[in-house]
Design a protein around this ligand. Structure first.
Ligand code: NDP
Ligand code: GDR
Length: 397
């Protein structure tokens, strides 16, 4: 798009989050003027978008941040009035499923009524014909109910919902109110039903990032053990960079519709753990059952270790047989040893959820055929990207 002609204007809620930051980059690349809503916080919360910041005093600016909150309809209306967006991406949410059991009312306010506030602001401001709206819906709507899968064994656009957390229940309101405003007022309002997507920018308490950060720290001798909850949960994991492209495509269609975005493959948490550790040459063996289960360091491929970390792993005892101790050379911390047979992963029931979503597996056929959406990353590529990001942080640090 020629930037001297008037560019399309996008407003992103949740711009400081994982998806918001990648979407902002994508839209800026496409020549959009991008506005984002950020919350006031007592410490910095803009790390993911700091590289996009442009000084208002210097030249042409196409990236703007506004203070705001999805719980405050007055400020939502004011910002939308000021910005007059062509497209709104409502990504803002309390997005942690486990935490939603601790703050269910707040989640309802932000994730459910927040979506309504956006839709209603557009209607109040009579922007229904101008402004297209993307609502960040989720595979959590399905709740992983096995009986609801389609005949091929997937969850798709026609699968019934059965949410299993206050987060899922709040998001189901967001889904239906978006659909209702589309049908009632003819608004271009769409749901992307996105399955789990991750990246080096993923929040540190989601399971994939928790695993890659720990695998990197353990490999560098900076952490002893990783504590996890349900190792048998199955998730359909993609890369956030691919998924924000789908968000944009959904709003470029002729007709407003809802789309499932997924990879069509599912993997157990324990296998994600295995892949993350394998990246640094660590082979894990699982032992025991239930809360007693542990992931033990069985062997180390020192060449792979060096390739991933750039560091040597020297054996500090005679041979790398059972019980051998390794020294991580060049690692800038006091604690620097690793032992074969060391318990690298343990189960902590504190991370179990009162109701769990056991299995998620999405069918992206509609997105692939209608949107022409094709992900670039597979799971191996995702793990590699996340591990490299976390190793780099630690080696630098
Ligand atoms: P993140 O948790 O990384 O980001 C959430 C964003 O919402 C942050 O910018 C956060 O601000 C903001 N936010 C939280 N509360 C409020 C509030 N009260 N008012 C305004 N903004 C608020 O989530 P993701 O980027 O991973 O996900 C983006 C959206 O997509 C979310 O709605 C999520 O529920 C949904 N989703 C995510 C999937 C995934 O696998 N990542 C899958 C399917 C759906 P702050 O930085 O200040 O905390
Ligand atoms: P999820 O993501 O709940 O699917 O929601 P999360 O990474 O939190 O959990 C995935 C699975 O891993 C199991 N698990 C653990 N989870 C966390 N967070 N921490 C642990 O220590 C741990 N151990 C095992 C969980 O029980 C679960 O089964 C994400 C969020 O991004 C939502 O906002 C989004 O809507 C959905 O994905 C699709």
């Amino acid at each position: 798009m020629n930037k001297s002609l008037s560019p399309k204007v996008a407003l992103i809620t949740g711009i400081t989050g994982q998806d918001g930051s990648y979407l902002a980059e994508l839209l800026l690349e496409k020549g959009y003027q991008v506005h984002g809503i950020k919350r006031r916080a007592s410490s910095f919360n803009t790390q993911r978008i700091d590289h996009l910041y442009q000084d208002l005093h210097e030249g042409e600016v196409n990236f703007f941040l506004h203070y705001g909150d999805l719980t405050d309809s007055t400020n939502i209306i004011r910002i939308i009035q000021e910005v007059q967006p062509d497209e709104i991406y409502n990504l803002g949410a309390m997005s942690h499923v486990k935490v939603s059991f601790d703050s269910p009312e707040y989640v309802a306010n932000v994730d459910a009524i927040g979506a309504l506030r956006i839709l209603e602001a557009v209607r109040i401001l009579k922007l229904e014909k101008k402004t297209r709206i993307y609502q960040a819906s989720t595979s959590e709507l399905y709740g992983g109910m096995p009986e609801n899968k389609n005949e091929k064994g997937f969850y798709d656009e026609n699968t019934p919902f059965y949410p299993r957390s206050p987060y899922g229940v709040a998001k189901i309101y967001g889904f239906w109110i978006t659909k209702n405003y589309r049908e009632a007022y003819g608004m271009f309002a769409c749901n992307g039903i996105l399955f789990n997507h991750e990246s080096p920018r993923r929040g540190e308490t989601f399971v994939t990032r928790k695993i890659t950060m720990a695998a990197a720290a353990i490999a560098l001798g900076k952490q002893d053990c990783l504590y996890l909850g349900n190792l048998d949960a199955l998730r359909d994991w993609g890369h956030a960079k691919d998924y924000v492209k789908a968000m944009w495509l959904i709003l470029q269609q002729e007709k407003p519709e809802d789309f499932v975005i997924a990879t069509g493959k599912t993997t157990k948490v324990r296998d994600f753990v295995r892949m993350a550790f394998a990246h640094v040459g660590f082979h894990i063996r699982w032992e025991g059952e239930g809360v007693e289960e542990v992931g033990v360091l069985e062997s180390i491929d020192k060449d792979l270790y060096k390739k991933a970390t750039g560091l040597e792993l020297a054996v500090s005892t005679t041979a790398d047989r059972q019980g051998s101790e390794f020294k991580v050379q060049g690692s800038n911390v006091e604690h620097r040893t690793l032992n074969l047979e060391q318990e690298l992963v343990r189960v902590d029931p504190r991370y179990f959820r009162p109701t769990e979503v056991d299995l998620l597996l999405g069918d992206p056929t509609k997105a692939k055929t209608q949107l022409g959406w094709e992900p670039e990353y597979d799971l191996e590529g995702l793990v590699e990207d996340m591990m490299n990001g976390d190793l780099l942080e630690l080696v630098k640090g």
